[in-house]
Design a binder for this molecule. Structure first.
Ligand SMILES: [Fe+2]
Ligand SMILES: [Fe+2]
Length: 260
């Protein structure tokens, strides 16, 4: 089973980058299942229904979220009917949608779980380790991919080591910066502490540099801008899984420029 996971899609330029390159990647690498983190796909914060459908049409079989899970006002209106959408599992006061979803991929079960970390994050959530332990009690063995959305690379590595051999892969998201640490742990769990992002290659984590500097350094009000005409890149991880043990047999980083 070959799975491609793409990092946080940032704004229109990120959506276009995914739309342009995903079919080519799926074809070139014979990918069976595609997971895309869509938490920043709508103007840099959240995922509205139209952009959810756009990413599914572009080839995403599953879309995960992150701390900007509720950045788009229409989420609650469509999430219960959005079969390919996985919101963070450990939210405290939100009962719509699912935080862990099982997919049938050519007769093999692939489960995708989205989890928010706690270190340096504003969202107050249930403890990820307790939450995952509880989930695993009710899960049948399968290929289980966890999108651990968190700021701290060590928190993501700690989580992966805690569940080594019990989940198939832990892919970190949120920082938008790809880490050079793709590896398979002793028990067979694939790990990258951050897969990176899809969107504008230049600028600051996908956002136009001056808007970020003006806000963070000079206290200007407003949201970060996104340069829709910037050169595009796509970051992610490509992984293989054994269909009997469900563990990871190969993991490599994806970091490519996208031409129109
Ligand atoms: Fe993000
Ligand atoms: Fe995030």
């Amino acid at each position: 089973m070959r799975i491609l996971f793409l990092g946080d899609v940032v704004g229109k330029v990120g959506r276009i980058a995914v739309h342009l390159c995903l079919p080519r990647l799926v074809n070139k690498y014979h990918v069976d299942f595609v997971i895309v983190n869509g938490e920043n796909a709508t103007h840099g914060r959240g995922l509205n229904e139209s952009h959810y459908r756009y990413l599914v049409n572009a080839g995403a079989d599953c879309i995960t979220l992150g701390n900007h899970w509720n950045g788009s006002k229409d989420l609650t209106d469509y999430i219960d009917g959005a079969d390919e959408l996985v919101r963070p599992l450990n939210l405290i006061k939100y009962s719509h949608g699912q935080g862990s979803v099982s997919f049938d991929v050519n007769g093999i079960e692939v489960r995708v779980t989205n989890m928010l970390g706690q270190a340096f994050m504003n969202e107050v959530v249930r403890q990820p380790y307790e939450c995952m332990n509880e989930l695993l009690k009710d899960c049948s063995p399968c290929i289980h991919i966890v999108d651990f959305h968190a700021d701290s690379t060590s928190e993501k590595a700690i989580f992966a080591y805690c569940f080594d051999g019990r989940v198939s892969a832990v892919l970190g998201t949120h920082t938008h910066v790809q880490t050079n640490d793709a590896r398979i742990l002793e028990g067979g769990t694939g790990l990258v502490t951050d897969v990176g992002m899809c969107g504008a290659r230049d600028g600051i984590i996908g956002y136009e540099k001056n808007s970020v500097i003006n806000k963070m350094v000079f206290g200007e009000k407003g949201q970060f801008a996104i340069n829709d005409n910037a050169p595009m890149m796509v970051n992610g991880a490509l992984m293989d899984f054994d269909e009997e043990s469900y563990m990871c047999t190969h993991i490599e980083l994806v970091n490519i420029g996208v031409e129109e």
